[in-house]
Structure formats: C-alpha cells, structure tokens
Design a protein around this ligand. Structure first.
Ligand code: ADP
Length: 481
C-alpha cells in the first residue's frame, strides 16, 4: 500500500466532500513496475456522475471573482511545487515513469496554474473601437458553465493541469474523470486543491467506469464542454455522444509524429533531441517521434549517433535514480510494441539495437528493451499506427518533396519535428506539414504559454496559451444604442 499524506482519502470528491462509490465497490491500483498494490479506489458510475454534475451546476451560482480565481490558481501552483517530491513519487508509482521525469511533470503541471493565474485580465469585456450601426458593441467572455474533463494515464498530473487550470480561470465548475490506471496523482492534487478554498461543488472528481461516466458527461444537458485527452477511438465515441446536445468538445487524440532529419542538419543535435523526445515515458506519449526519416546522405552517421546513445539507456523501476526508461503501462501495451517490431522485422527491417524480450507473465513488469530499427517502410505497422513504446524506426528519404508527402500520409496531425540548418527550407517544409505542433531543430513538446493541439484526426481545440483559456468561455456580444 502506498503511504502518502496526500492520499489519506482515496476517494472521489463531490460537492466539497470526499465520497466513495454508492455500490461500495473499489478497484485496486498497482505499480506497473513491480505489481505492488498501491491503493483501492472507488468504482463510480453514472449515478455519482449525475450527482457531481448537479453539484457543479449549483456551484455556478457562487463563482469566485477573477481576482479570487487568480489567487486560487497561484496557490495551487505553489502547492504543487511545495509537494513536488511527493507528487512525483506518486506519479512514478502509479505510472512507472522515471522519477526524474515525474519531477519535470509536476513542474510542468504547476506551470499551467501559474500561467493561467496571470491571464484573467484577458477575460475583461472588450468594446469595438467605433460604433457600428450607431450602436456600442461589447464582447463579454462568459464561463462556459459545467465542464467535463477526461484525462489519460501517460501524464496523469500534467494533462489534468492543462484542462483544470484554464477551466477554473474561465469561471467554470468541473467534473473530472482520471484514467483508471492512474487516479492517485489526481486524488493527491485534489487533496492540495481542497484546502485552497474554492466553493463546494466547483471541483468534482469521479473515478471508476469510463464508459458510463463518459456517456453521462456527454449526454447530460448541463455539461457544456467536454475536454478529453486520449485515443482517437474514444474521442470519436465522445463526439458521437455529445452530438445530440451540440456540445462543445476539445479533443487531444492520437499522434504519429514524423521526425525529419535533412542532409544539412547537425546529426548530434538531432540524435540528442530524438533521445529525449522518443524515450520520455518509455515512448508512451502522443507527441513523441513515431516515424524517423533521415536523408540518405546522413542516414548512417545519424543512425550511429542514435544507436550509441540508445545502448546507454538504463531500463528499470522508475524509483531507481539510474533508470532512464521505465516499464510499459501494461501487457496490452507491451504486446502492441512487440507486434510492431515483429511486423517490421518480417518486412525486412534490421534491428540495430535491442532484442526480443520474453512476453511478461503479468500485467506489470512489462519492460521493453529500447530498440533501433533501420530499413523501416511506409506500409509497416510502425509507420501506420502509434507504437507507444521505446522503439526508433528509421526510414531513409531522398528529396524534400517526398519526405513531406510521406510525413503527411497519416490520418494524424499532432506533432512533427524537422532538423535542418536552412531556414528557407524549413519555412517551405513547415508550411506544408499538417501538424499542430512543429519542433524546428528541437524535440521540445508543448508549454503552458503556447497553444497546443492537433489537426486532422488528432483532434481539435487547443490547450495552453490564451486559446486554451477560451476553450472554456462563451463570447456574449451586447449591442446598445
Ligand atoms: P489511452 O490509450 O490513453 O488509454 P483511452 O482513450 O483509452 O486512451 O483513455 C483515455 C481516457 O479516456 C481515460 O480516462 C479512460 O478511462 C477514458 N475512457 C476510456 N473509454 C471511455 C469511454 N467510452 N468514454 C469516456 N471515457 C473513456
């Protein structure tokens, strides 16, 4: 069992009170590295979700002023940093990622609270500069109302912070559903947020059955916005369920990021960037490079630079300070990665680093060895689908036009990375890349200050920046003579 002052209550939170499931049922959360039982959390479903929505509706009558919301956001951001070590330990225990990455995740999450605490003035009413039709026009940014926030397991704290901070900044009340595999860091954040003084009902947490909770959030008429990060498959289900109420959605879905290394790039810079970008969270991130394209003239030195670095990566329990790559989240994830590698090898790819690991006997301890493959081709699973694992698959390209076409040949459009020292070439290529986030000579992912989101089937809506705040607002235009 996990022993943490932030997890004294392993429960949901409705109307300002910690609550269990009506059925009394619980489910076990365990450590993906060791299988250790961490905690039992309630299995809530539609009934509790309706209660949470009703509490959130009632709370809308007593929303705090912008100044009070700003103070709350600042205070939660500070509390996250004060409890950084403990929160990071919880993230590592439930998710498996190395502790050093979890510490970065806590700081990143805190950044959303501090950033949005400073953006409340953007909600001030705006006037058109001149009368139109002899009238004065004012635009008010009203809170959207009750919002449903559904988060994934790969960044359990950061993905919550991205949604929760702007929703509260906008003046909304929220119902949050964390991923079943990683609810503990969300509960820990609640323990900190609880003492920071929002009116009861503005923050509600339901944990448990994804289907019924998600469906209730989508179908309940009082929920105005659903913000979801997860798979494209679930995103489509939510969109279908929300359609009947013409409900607003913000969807951050799957990715299949190309990582393009041109002939004029610095291969060491590109290799270093790829290592950080690709192996973070064992490659289980929607922004990580999934397809690596190296120009024929530098493919060999680039592959050598990547391979020598990948061989150095230490795989193990995230709590061990030496660990660079933790376990995959479960056996389904392991099987998918193994299948992608098998498929590539069967299609003629060569394995430069890595070996075939035995299939884990349990749903934990699913360590996959960091792998580098060359000779990867478009039709392979590795290129068609998000691998979500510690595997670099390198393809060779000959021309700028061909690699751009190849990079865009996916239904996804979340992130892309381009390495070249020629800024004219970069301008040309970036304009043609249909991805919401492009790293130019960097593998850096999103930041609180900038909008981030997908094109095509990677979703719509943006998180971070002012765009992320306005996802939770409605513009009301008032015209008067
Ligand atoms: P991942 O591949 O990250 O597990 P999922 O889309 O399966 O992606 O899960 C992301 C989040 O969506 C989790 O909180 C999960 O519990 C939730 N979820 C899964 N199925 C549904 C559903 N039918 N309706 C609403 N939420 C769901």
């Amino acid at each position: 069992m996990i022993d943490s002052p932030l997890l004294e209550k392993c429960a949901g939170y409705i109307g300002g009170r910690w609550v269990g499931a009506k059925s009394g049922q619980t489910f076990a959360v365990s450590n993906p590295a060791t299988g250790d039982h961490l905690a039992d959390v309630p299995v809530m479903a539609d009934g509790e979700t309706v209660a949470a929505i009703e509490a959130a509706v009632a709370a809308l009558r007593k929303i705090l002023s912008p100044e009070q919301r700003s103070t709350w956001l600042l205070s939660v951001g500070q509390k996250l940093l004060e409890h950084k070590q403990e929160l990071a330990r919880i993230v590592t225990l439930e998710n498996g990622k190395p502790l050093k990455e979890s510490l970065v995740e806590v700081e990143y999450a805190a950044g959303f609270f501090s950033y949005y605490s400073q953006q409340l003035s953007h909600l001030d009413p705006e006037a058109l500069p001149k009368p139109v039709r002899n009238c004065r026009w004012m635009m008010h940014h009203r809170p959207a109302g009750v919002v449903g926030l559904i988060t994934p397991w790969n960044f359990p704290l950061a993905m919550l912070a991205k949604k929760l901070a702007p929703a509260i900044a906008a003046g909304c009340s929220v119902v949050v559903k964390p991923a079943r595999l990683t609810p503990l860091s969300t509960i820990a954040l609640w323990a900190l947020a609880d003492s920071a003084g929002l009116p009861p009902g503005q923050l509600n947490l339901v944990i448990g059955q994804a289907g019924p909770i998600g469906e209730t959030l989508c179908k309940h008429p009082e929920v105005r916005v659903i913000s979801f990060t997860g798979s494209t498959k679930v995103g489509k289900t939510l969109a279908l369920n929300a359609a009947n109420h013409v409900k607003r959605l913000s969807l951050e879905l799957g990715g299949n990021a190309p990582f393009i290394v041109c002939e004029d790039s610095d291969v060491d810079v590109a290799a270093n960037a790829l290592l950080v970008n690709k192996f973070r969270a064992s490659g289980q991130t929607c922004v990580c490079a999934n397809r690596v394209y190296a120009h024929r003239s530098i493919a060999e030195p680039f592959t050598d630079a990547v391979s020598s670095r990948v061989k150095e990566l230490q795989v193990g329990d995230g709590l061990d300070p030496a660990t660079d790559v933790g376990p995959l989240i479960n056996r389904v994830a392991f099987d998918k990665v193994a299948e992608h590698v098998r498929d590539a090898l069967a299609g003629g790819a060569q394995r430069i680093v890595g070996e075939d690991p035995p299939r884990p006997k349990h749903d934990w301890g699913c360590f996959y060895p960091p792998t580098v493959l060359t000779g990867v081709q478009t039709q392979m699973m590795l290129c068609r689908d998000e691998t979500f694992g510690p595997v670099v698959g390198i393809s060779v390209f000959n021309t700028e036009e061909a690699v751009v076409t190849e990079a865009n040949s996916t239904q996804y459009g979340l992130a892309a990375y381009l390495f070249t020292q020629d800024s004219d070439r970069a301008d040309r290529m970036i304009r043609q890349l249909h991805f919401g986030h492009v790293g130019f000579n960097t593998g850096t992912g999103p930041a609180p200050e900038a909008p981030f989101g997908g094109m095509k089937q990677s979703g719509f809506g943006r998180e971070g920046g002012l765009e992320g705040l306005f996802e939770f607002c409605e513009t009301q235009t008032v015209v008067r003579p």
